[in-house]
Design a protein around this ligand. Sequence first.
Ligand SMILES: CC(=O)SCCNC(=O)CCNC(=O)[C@H](O)C(C)(C)COP(=O)(O)OP(=O)(O)OC[C@H]1O[C@@H](n2cnc3c(N)ncnc32)[C@H](O)[C@@H]1OP(=O)(O)O
Length: 421
Amino acid sequence: MTRPEPHIDVRPITVADIPDWIRALNTGFLRTPDVTETEIADRASYIDPTRTLAAFDTGRCVATFRSFAQELTAVGGTPVPADAISNVTVTPTHRRRGLLTRMMTHDLTAAKARGDVVATLIAAEYPIYGRYGFGPATWTAQWTIDVPRTGLDPRWSGPDDGGRIDLVDPADVRKIGPELYERVRRAQPGAVDRDDRWWQVQTGALRLDRSPWTEPFFAVYRSADGHVEGLVSYTADDHWSDGKKQPLNTATVNWLNTTTPAAERNLWRYLCSIDWIMTVKCGWRAPDDLLPFFLPDPRAAGITSQADWLWVRILDVVRALEARTYDRAGTLVLEVVDGAGLAGGRFRLEAAADGSASCTPTTATAELTLDIADLATLWLGDESAVRLAALGRVREERAGAAVVADALLRTSRRPWCPDVF
Ligand SMILES: CC(=O)SCCNC(=O)CCNC(=O)[C@H](O)C(C)(C)COP(=O)(O)OP(=O)(O)OC[C@H]1O[C@@H](n2cnc3c(N)ncnc32)[C@H](O)[C@@H]1OP(=O)(O)O
């Protein structure tokens, strides 16, 4: 049960606190708590102490929390400023005393004051963040491909559409990857930006103590006119049946990012064509990924996991709803309930035929009442208001309002966040 403990100091850290903060972070994530000089130098190079929170009890760091500036792509491709939250831990001796609530309140209040449109995070466990106004806004799925079952022609030796696939080295990935991914994420609702450090870690230019570096293979797909349209990072194991009779190797995709279905099809085809590879593990994909349907027998790709992924907390309803596009014209009056008092109110959403919308505070009668967390779940277009009404999570004040909400908010493809942060 939560009890107030004013003697526990919750505050932004100073540079001198970084080693203690890392030790508490490791403890909260059940990693060995030891802290190396390399880790201190690495963390100090990118964390912003003013946005890195900690709780201290009699001088010992017992909770951690960090946020950073991020861009999240809204439906239609406009990036909105997001308060990305990560590294949330409370030491087991201090759990359920309200420390997360204190750190979250501090951070969300600052994000609202800064003008961020949303806050984002990847939730370790489902029950943690709904109480703070976060709703699951994108989902993810993992497939495992049984290569011999795919029905693909084993004689394939490369793209048959004029494009080509080449293996490239880490330095090449640092050159072509960031520009490719900028195009990917701007076309993908739910995607977030990647910084330079992300590419350095993924290509071994920056090596972390806790994740020993194994160089993956990188393959790039270029279209017939020479444009880079896709890049995949994957590893392979070395596994054979008894007596070396048959190779049973598995290729594991770290990430595969493409700007066209042709690149997507050819890179999956390539992975399924590598001699010795009998299984392809596809990594974290969109829940409606095209992957199974690139295979003559889609049943060769079995879903091995499916889960909520990016959680969103709307901090500014007007800017969030005006940032995205709409497939049809329509009007809806929403009563948005926000227990934390950060973003609630009654709003009139008016979508125009050109895809733009205006959202204005109103005193008109509400047609749909919903919590700020459920608005986040609907905002990126993934969930259905009709389904949430059936679950009792949104309330129709006018019959049929949930159907109107679906017509306005739902999208033909599901949103997807390719990254974890
Ligand atoms: C974005 C990320 O970094 S995700 C990583 C999150 N971190 C972890 O999972 C590491 C292990 N867990 C922890 O460190 C902690 O348990 C935390 C951070 C999840 C929660 O911290 P606490 O300080 O215990 O949370 P706090 O006391 O503020 O709890 C607030 C409320 O949430 C509830 N709650 C907190 N964590 C959980 C949970 N894992 N499951 C269910 N309910 C929870 C509490 O019971 C409390 O409910 P109440 O208001 O009805 O009393």
